[in-house]
Write a protein that binds this ligand. Structure first.
Ligand SMILES: Cc1ncc(COP(=O)(O)O)c(C=O)c1O
Length: 287
């Protein structure tokens, strides 16, 4: 099977042959949105939810959806089939398309639709068992973090701070309250209660965030969705980051200091097991 087959504006082709015009507004202005769907055993996980979030992002930037959900679903199946590996991360993005450079939206323009599949890299066993290091920083991004925009400079700058410090993620605060990490949502455990900030314009409404809250509710893990102060994060017994590719990962040091015992906590271990079990059940049903 050929490797790295991508989809661009109606055609499948090798990645190395995919070309877009330099005046594409995604390139010039970051004027576009995207999604990443995890694929396990060749089945997309929570695809309906990812397509709903794509629609939300498109509506937020006033770009009409170039494809119906059935068309997206078919394309995603096709890209999975054309690429190797049972577990994949399917990335798809829509930009406003190519037009002479001007900030305002062009009157007539055809959106650019791009899709690719990467090998799915869930955290290695060692990270799951030992947890990971994170640092903290001020959230310097814009006020529309609920849009899954390709304008990711704020997130890239934040992530690089973490990498420079030998950490995996950066936990961010705005006005003294937790928002999220550069490419994940954040949960903390205090006195046995799972806490996470509410979905609003300051965070991306994570698909994994929803799964974690559903699993907590279904398994009677006490949880509260509310503002979480910086102080509460820094003195929490457990901190987790969640995303489609990281799944649920324990943070065991924050700014070089141990979180709780310095080992992944009991609530994390329970949630990690529940998440793996849930994934398996969903995939078995899809098979
Ligand atoms: C900024 C940000 N927050 C949260 C998430 C987690 O979202 P999801 O669980 O849908 O992958 C991501 C995922 O890439 C992200 O980039």
């Amino acid at each position: 099977m050929a490797a790295d087959i991508v989809y661009l504006n109606g055609e499948f082709m090798p990645l190395a042959e995919a070309r877009i015009p330099v005046l594409d507004r995604g390139f010039i202005f970051g004027d576009g949105v995207y999604e990443v769907v995890p694929v396990y055993s060749r089945h997309p996980f929570r695809l309906g939810e990812h397509l709903r979030r794509l629609q939300y992002s498109l509506d937020a930037i006033r770009l009409s959806n170039p494809l119906r959900d059935e068309e997206w679903t078919k394309l995603i199946s096709e890209i999975i089939a054309r690429n190797s590996g049972d577990d994949q991360a399917v990335y798809f993005q829509v930009t406003r398309g190519a037009a002479p450079r001007a900030h305002e939206f062009p009157a007539v323009v055809k959106p650019t639709v791009f899709m690719m599949s990467n090998a799915m890299k869930t955290p290695p066993r060692e990270q799951v068992e030992q947890g990971v290091a994170c640092i903290t920083a001020s959230d310097l991004r814009w006020l529309k973090c609920d849009i899954k925009s390709v304008s990711l400079l704020g997130n890239c700058l934040a992530k690089q701070l973490a990498v420079d410090a030998g950490a995996v993620e950066v936990v961010m605060f705005r006005d003294g309250y937790l928002t999220e990490a550069s490419a994940s949502n954040v949960f903390v455990v205090r006195d046995g209660v799972l806490l996470t900030p509410p979905k609003n314009h300051l965070i991306l409404p994570g698909i994994t965030y929803d799964v974690v809250l559903e699993l907590a509710a279904a398994n009677k893990i006490p949880c509260a969705v509310r503002e979480v102060s910086e102080q509460e994060v820094k003195t929490a017994q457990e901190i987790w980051v969640t995303s489609s590719t990281k799944e649920v990962l324990a943070v065991t040091t924050l700014d070089g200091r141990a979180v709780g015992s310095g080992k992944p906590g009991a609530v994390f271990r329970r949630m990690h097991a529940l998440y793996q079990e849930f994934k398996q059940t969903v995939m078995r049903r899809a098979a």
